[in-house]
Design a protein around this ligand. Structure first.
Ligand SMILES: [Fe+2]
Ligand SMILES: [Fe+2]
Length: 286
């Protein structure tokens, strides 16, 4: 079977006739709110509350150990007050995307989301360790960083199954096999699809460059490097499964974000201690 070309994949994103996963209608409002600073908390609560699936999940996560709140958060308006306006937007975006994607693809989706949440937690741990502050985008970027793999699995299942198998048998880097076989890797594909959904660039760019963070444009480069390192640490901690068997450690990237090789083991242990919180988050978001 011939492998798809880069053009086929680009058409998939651009061609209006292809049925890309459609986000719930309310997501357009939430994405617009993420880009524009003029929406009020009341409007945001109104948008989210209209979608029961999204609001139930946002509340479940807001009450999770990740936020460590002592009293129960029982409404979206309360969540906005307690965990923050932008944090609630990020949670709504994450749940909106995840609930719009099929649960059954050729990949083990639960393991992939667990890897993705683990990468979000690892990003936060790295930012804390290097004296930078995680912000409301940190978890969302981790959660969606491997979205391109889901899209490959849905639209090119046979071809992608071959690539995943090759990655596992030959112990080759999945993103390199994707580039050879599909013309682009999952990071670039995720970037295009999120651009199509009109996500803000602070979310898109670190994801688009997470396998080649040194090529990321200026202001998003640091987060792309943090994400790439978080991905590596999550693999080291064996949390979830990304379908990628071979993830490289890059000492130059580590140095650029103020870390060194000796930091990897303690951070991997810190992440491993968070595994129950990662599982709680996973259960809440699915
Ligand atoms: Fe990746
Ligand atoms: Fe990953």
């Amino acid at each position: 079977m011939p492998l798809p070309s880069k053009q086929d994949i680009t058409d998939l994103v651009r061609d209006k006739k292809t049925k890309l996963p459609t986000l719930p209608v309310v997501m357009n409002n939430i994405i617009a709110t993420a880009r524009d600073k003029n929406t009020s908390a009341r409007d945001l609560a109104g948008f989210i509350t209209k979608d029961q699936a999204i609001s139930a999940r946002v509340l479940k996560i807001a009450n999770s150990p990740y936020y460590g709140m002592s009293s129960k958060i029982d409404s979206i308006s309360r969540a906005i007050v307690v965990i923050g306006f932008r944090e609630v937007i990020s949670l709504a975006l994450a749940t909106g995307v995840i609930t719009s994607l099929p649960k059954n693809t050729l990949m083990d989706m639960k393991a992939l989301w667990k890897h993705s949440i683990g990468t979000g937690f690892a990003s936060k741990i790295i930012l804390d360790k290097t004296g930078k502050k995680a912000d409301e985008s940190t978890m969302l970027i981790g959660l969606l960083h491997d979205l391109g793999k889901v899209i490959f699995s849905i639209y090119f299942p046979d071809e992608y199954a071959g690539i995943l198998e090759k990655a596992s048998i030959n112990n080759q880097a999945l993103n390199e096999l994707e580039k050879d076989g599909m013309g682009m890797d999952h990071a670039e594909l995720a970037g295009s699809i999120m651009e199509h959904w009109k996500f803000p660039s602070r979310i898109i760019e670190p994801i688009r460059y997470h396998h080649e963070p040194h090529t990321c444009p200026g202001k998003f480069k640091h987060m792309a490097m943090v994400l790439s390192t978080a991905d590596f640490i999550c693999h080291q901690a064996y949390i979830g499964n990304s379908g990628n068997q071979k993830v490289k450690k890059d000492n130059k990237i580590l140095a650029s974000i103020g870390m060194c090789s000796d930091d990897i083991l303690p951070l991997t242990r810190t992440l491993k201690h968070e595994e129950h919180n990662i599982e709680y988050f996973l259960e809440a978001i699915e």
